[in-house]
Design a binder for this molecule. Sequence first.
Ligand code: 17E
Ligand code: FE2
Length: 411
Amino acid sequence: MNIINARLRGREGLYRIVLEQDRIVEISPHSPTISAVSNDLDAGGNLVIAPFVEPHIHLDATLTAGDPAWNMSGTLFEGIELWGKRKAQVTHEDTKLRAKKTIDMLVEHGIQHVRTHVDVTDPTLGALRAMVEVREETRHLVDLQIVAFPQEGIESFTNGRALMEQAVELGADVVGGIPHFENTRDQGVSSIKFLMDLAERTGCLVDVHCDETDDPHSRFLEVLAEEARVRSMGARVTASHTTAMGSYDNAYCSKLFRLLKMSGINFISCPTESIHLQGRFDTYPKRRGLTRVAEIDRAGMNVCFAQDSIVDPWYPLGNGNILRILEAGLHICHMLGYADLQRALDLITDNSARTLNLGERYGLEVGRPANLLLLSAPSDYEMIRTQGYALTSIRAGKVIMQRTPAKVARF
Ligand code: 17E
Ligand code: FE2
């Protein structure tokens, strides 16, 4: 299959991309002398890019909002309490059904790489076992990474450490954590040492829910970064949320940034989730409750955006569209400057792929997998401004999704 009239990010002119079986075999300047053949896909001068990435979602909890009750306070803590009740009723089939429905929503918006957290504070590890099957059964649609996520704590939950170890044995790809939710500061610190040991021993990646609170005294990020630095594991480690950084004073943050840079860890912000869940203990002035996305980016560190939730006890909305998250995030993080708009898609493509350690499994380059998207606009800026879409998603050389945009008639 050939794609013609493709615009590529960061390059002048139009290109022709040749796919053979499941690989990209040629990318060459578009030549009007080569005529289109019948199964050519015409990008019409719009962007062709590597697929969107969803680097942080909870597929075990999606589509459960309101069951057994709605989150009335809008806080993270009420969400965790409600989920505790819902997860007592989780079955194998229920988890698989909701996860697959949600993956379909992601696919419909051009996502082909997903990292999902799965709650392992459950003595049966039922959701994790179900997700391992989902990972196999949806391989034709997405590459799925599973995080062993201890929602109710590693140290504060009965057998928390053993459950994390079992989850890795059962096939989790990534080790998670939640130090700010452990009962004490000391437990938060020891949970990070434990999870870093586990990851180092087993070769897993690391992605910790870290300091997801407005409490400026929640300072587990420095512990995670230092553990990553001394073990030289930074590229394999991610700090998710870090919303407390939005409440750190600048004196502490400037010292912290030195360590963060040395550590080389990655960051994920979930802007719609955090603007909804944080700031809940404030009156006015009211904090935004996000990490310092623009500042992390300006400091040359790797940061990306994620959805976190779709219709669950923490967040009632969501439809799988990561471009909606990008638009909201750019607003909330003061990133509508011209330079940021020029490269906005980095935050849901290349930066996210780096966070997930996708390496050569990702990217629009000869020799890489024939996974790509045709978009509805010719630039990052125009994709945001027009609220554009992924129109076609190609995976392993085959079209897996095609979207027809709404047509408007004027009279
Ligand atoms: N669990 C958690 O601790 N934080 C979140 N944002 C979600 C689940 C969605
Ligand atoms: Fe999360």
